[in-house]
Design a protein around this ligand. Structure first.
Ligand code: CMC
Length: 431
């Protein structure tokens, strides 16, 4: 990192420390506080509002302007000109592939799309009504029990094989979760199809009929994956890095990421959007729910609005909004009551002073939930789809961390506010 002088921190009776400042290629400078701990002081930053946990070359976000770059390329251009596997190659390797590299990567990934046959029996251990994310956490974690030959995290070749395996197998596992839920037979992956088309095939094909895919819907699904592929140090990615910092294997780390993604404030938001739309029920109820979202004494929030980093329009939401209209037009769904309701909610919230002042714009999950529903993906599968897209981001960030000579086990400190030392009173004397 480029040195940009020092910041001096002073406290107490004239104690002080010089802390180096480092520049970034774009974005804010950082103050290196690693030596602060030696003075006996720590910084306090729950929620990491002002803490860079690592240096990274993968994704750049400027939330004030509304920019998102993967390896320097604006997300809008990637969504327009590249398919998801090209984006995966870019995130993993730092450059867009040549046609030969693209073909080779596709072969490597498709070579791994099936899961070990013994994994099929795992599913029987779950209740049929288990949430797909509950099953995903377990089954993705269990991959480490099957692929022992790629678990040496110090070996770059092992890391690359694990990356390909995860990118290839997570969609297969996600589709299996849905098929198990619905009692439909598992469909084996089709390696003659594109990544997105194969997933829709594993979700919706049956062994007794020919499956015909719709290119508009396949493209829309591919875009959802691209838009979710990485988002720098968000909660699930930080979880993957933290789990990985102890030396845990990549399958276990990605399972940890899936667990963190599940929450409604993160990857569960697109599912929460659809539940909220169902709860609102009718366009006439929108003002009532907007009023509830603004009421400090009501915990209700408009799901799919607001973002920790974007205080301007989320650039992914802009792409997803266009895709959403393409899909609704293709399927003739513009008059569907739920979609009408979503569009009305978006209109009212964008004009409301509360949302304008607090810079609460629709985020990517607002539109991706609507597109996924139009594609026939059940609400309970939405976060699993997010996990499919994000797997490449997680594994790219994990690989970057393992290759970083400065990486250390992640071990935050705390400000202890509990009881001071006291002595145990024996049970007979308590009460
Ligand atoms: N509806 C109503 N009010 C909101 C909303 C919302 N969706 N989001 C934030 N606010 C208000 C909040 O009450 C607070 O008001 P005040 O300043 O009066 O206390 C102010 O805006 C700032 O909110 P915050 O919770 O301090 O902001 P945050 O950065 O901690 O939270 C968020 C970001 C995404 C968790 C939050 O906006 C939210 O809960 N949104 C709804 C859930 C959602 O859509 N999540 C998906 C995020 S995008 C997916 C991803 O990238 O993972």
């Amino acid at each position: 990192m480029q040195s940009k002088g020092n910041a001096t921190l002073t406290w107490g009776d004239g104690q002080s420390i010089d802390l180096p400042i480092y520049g970034a290629t774009i974005g804010p400078d950082v103050i290196d506080i690693r030596n602060l701990g030696k003075t006996g002081m720590f910084t306090y930053d729950p929620g990491f509002l002002a803490t860079a946990s690592c240096q990274s070359r993968i994704t750049f976000i400027d939330g004030d302007v509304g920019l998102l770059y993967y390896r320097g390329y604006p997300i809008e251009q990637l969504a327009e000109h590249c398919d998801f596997l090209e984006v995966c190659y870019l995130l993993l390797n730092g450059e867009l592939p040549t046609p030969t590299q693209r073909a080779e990567f596709q072969t490597n990934v498709t070579h791994h799309t099936m899961v070990h046959d013994q994994m099929l029996s795992f599913f029987k251990g779950f209740r049929r009504d288990a949430h797909p994310m509950a099953v995903m956490v377990g089954v993705v974690g269990a991959l480490s029990a099957f692929y022992h030959d790629s678990l040496d995290i110090t070996d770059p070749a092992h890391r690359a094989i694990s990356a390909n395996r995860l990118i290839a197998k997570v969609p297969t596992i996600a589709a299996m979760c849905y098929r198990y839920n619905t009692g439909l037979p598992f469909m084996y992956p089709r390696n003659d199809m594109s990544y997105a088309e194969n997933f829709l095939y594993m979700m919706f094909a049956t062994p007794c009929e020919t499956y015909v895919s719709n290119p508009v819907l396949v493209r829309a699904f591919d875009r959802i994956l691209t838009l979710h592929a990485d988002h720098e140090q968000n909660a699930s990615t930080s979880t993957v890095r933290l789990a990985g910092s102890s030396g845990a294997n990549p399958f276990a780390c990605i399972a940890a990421g899936i667990a963190a993604l599940w929450g409604p404030a993160h990857g569960g938001a697109n599912e929460a959007v659809l539940k909220m739309l169902a709860e609102i029920g009718d366009v006439s109820n929108v003002p009532k729910f907007i009023a509830r979202a603004k009421d400090k004494n009501d915990s209700f929030r408009l799901m799919g609005f607001g973002h920790r980093v974007y205080k301007n329009m989320d650039p992914r939401a802009e792409v997803m909004r266009r895709t959403c209209h393409e899909v609704l037009t293709e399927l003739g769904l513009h008059d569907d009551p739920l979609f009408k309701l979503a569009i009305e909610l978006e209109r009212i919230a964008l004009e409301d002073p509360y949302f304008i002042e607090k810079k609460l714009y629709p985020n990517v999950d607002f539109y991706s939930g609507i597109v996924l529903r139009a594609l026939g993906i059940p609400t309970s599968m939405f976060t699993a789809v997010f996990a499919m897209g994000r797997t490449v981001g997680w594994i790219s960030q994990w690989t970057e961390m393992i290759s970083d000579p400065e990486y250390k086990i992640g071990r935050p400190r705390q400000s202890y506010q509990g009881a001071v030392k006291r002595d145990v009173v024996p049970m007979a004397k308590r009460g």
